[in-house]
Design a protein around this ligand. Structure first.
Ligand SMILES: NC(=O)c1ccc[n+]([C@@H]2O[C@H](COP(=O)([O-])OP(=O)(O)OC[C@H]3O[C@@H](n4cnc5c(N)ncnc54)[C@H](OP(=O)(O)O)[C@@H]3O)[C@@H](O)[C@H]2O)c1
Length: 406
């Protein structure tokens, strides 16, 4: 074919891929062209039957273990969306195929060890080929990454300087986890068990920053229940901090330390005031620790997998997605002590309903925005590739809001 699709959704039959396919179908207004791709024609047909007839896209068969099929798919696309995960298990052949065939790429990975491996192995080839690869375009890490970018822009406008310190606090979150997300988390634990030196690599807040970066501030992390002086509430560790903070620091490094070389960033989950807040923070922190402990012990892990955790392909119900939401706040301070607070919200469950919309908008923007398409090849974070370009699509179509509230 001579005309390429703007967007090809690979992994369209995954839990989050199906939601993205429905979103792209209803978002379709002839302003972009798209196709769906997966390894099973039967599952693709079932998905197509679920989509309104007038919106049904073409479908492509591709398998992550068959390089020829990946190349053939990538040659038909300006941008590939991938929801085939765990990325550490299935993702690398697609990165190679995108680079070989000149297709740009967006994904949903929250696996820092895999991003680091791909940066080390394929950055040079991506730059040479002029291919743009953008990791973490879902709830991890668009709201955190673009939330900080937005706050810093506002601080620059209002105070003539950026915030040296930003604390992200999750005020409200409603949603669940899918089998794919759980599988990615468990795979990360397995990799660390097999290769303990990985713990040190991904333990660094600057793990994903390019070599020679000049960021050097000490980064405190919330590891247990604590009282937050910032909000006068109790807080617990936020599980996504492990990926979001790495992405935010990588953005700062790729944006030539726009937020400052001594920029400090952390995330935590607010649990409320008084004894109730303290109790919830403690149980949440202990629950998270208990889960990590159990996931590392084979017998306990088997019980978790068989009885408690969602299997691949499973996740929150349509009702849970519809009733889900997130509300996160960014408390920023400039070096001279001036304060600015921004709020970012989403109107669906963060991990799936909202994630599918953010991912799709990131792909359409990467395929169509002329400024973004002029960026050189390489691996990017959302903020470093999109700058301002994604705010309007996210707020107009994807149900996100970005506001200064204090
Ligand atoms: N960043 C975020 O905010 C965020 C949010 C949600 C999910 N995620 C990530 O997104 C990924 C998908 O999650 P999910 O819950 O949707 O997963 P899932 O339902 O388990 O889907 C995994 C998909 O991978 C496909 N697959 C496996 N091996 C393949 C191969 N060799 N070739 C082609 N396709 C193959 C499967 O195909 P079949 O359909 O044929 O089985 C399935 O569609 C996970 O890595 C998860 O961690 C991230």
């Amino acid at each position: 074919m001579t005309q390429k699709y703007d967007v090809v959704l690979f992994g369209a039959t995954s839990f989050v891929g199906k939601i993205a396919a429905h979103y792209l179908a209803q978002r379709q207004d002839n302003s972009f062209t798209w196709a769906i791709a997966a390894r099973s024609q039967q599952k693709l047909d079932a998905l197509l039957n679920d989509l309104p007839e007038s919106t049904r896209p073409n479908s492509i068969i591709a398998d992550a273990s068959d390089a020829d099929s990946l190349n053939a798919m990538c040659e038909q696309a300006k941008v590939i969306i991938s929801t085939v995960g765990p990325y550490a298990l299935y993702g690398e052949p697609l990165i190679k195929a995108c680079i070989a065939s000149g297709a740009d790429y967006v994904d949903l990975t929250g696996e820092p060890q895999w991003i680091k491996r791909m940066l080390d192995r394929h950055s040079e080839a991506a730059t040479k080929a002029g291919v743009r690869l953008v990791n973490s375009c879902g709830f991890d890490s668009i709201p955190s990454d673009l939330g900080v970018y937005f706050l810093q822009q506002q601080a620059q406008e209002k105070y003539g300087q950026t915030c040296q310190r930003v604390a992200m606090r999750v005020h409200r979150i409603k949603g669940g986890a899918s089998g794919g997300t759980i599988a990615s988390m468990l795979n990360l634990l397995d990799e660390v068990k097999k290769e303990p030196s990985l713990r040190k690599v991904i333990g660094s807040p600057y793990a994903l920053c390019p070599a020679g970066h000049e960021l050097k501030a000490y980064q405190p992390t919330v590891k247990s229940a604590k009282f937050d002086q910032e909000t006068n509430r109790w807080m617990a560790p936020f599980i996504m901090e492990a990926i979001n903070s790495r992405i935010v620091h990588r953005s700062n490094a790729l944006l030539d330390a726009k937020y400052g070389k001594r920029f400090v960033y952390g995330e935590a989950m607010l649990t409320g005031k008084g004894l109730g807040g303290a109790w919830r923070a403690t149980t949440m922190a202990l629950g998270l620790g208990g889960f990590m402990f159990a996931a590392n012990i084979r017998v306990l892990r088997n019980i978790l997998e068989q009885k408690w955790l969602p299997k691949p392909g499973e996740g929150p119900s349509p009702m849970e997605q519809q009733n889900g939401l997130f509300d996160i706040r960014f408390y920023g301070y400039t070096e001279s002590g001036k304060r600015l607070v921004a709020k970012v919200t989403g109107d669906r469950d963060p991990g799936y309903g909202s994630t599918a919309k953010m991912l799709s908008e990131a792909a359409i923007c990467l395929a169509q925005n002329e400024v973004v398409r002029k960026k050189p090849g390489g691996f990017y974070t959302p903020a470093s590739v999109f700058d301002d370009a994604l705010f309007t699509p996210l707020t107009t179509h994807a149900g996100l809001t970005f506001n200064v509230i204090g």
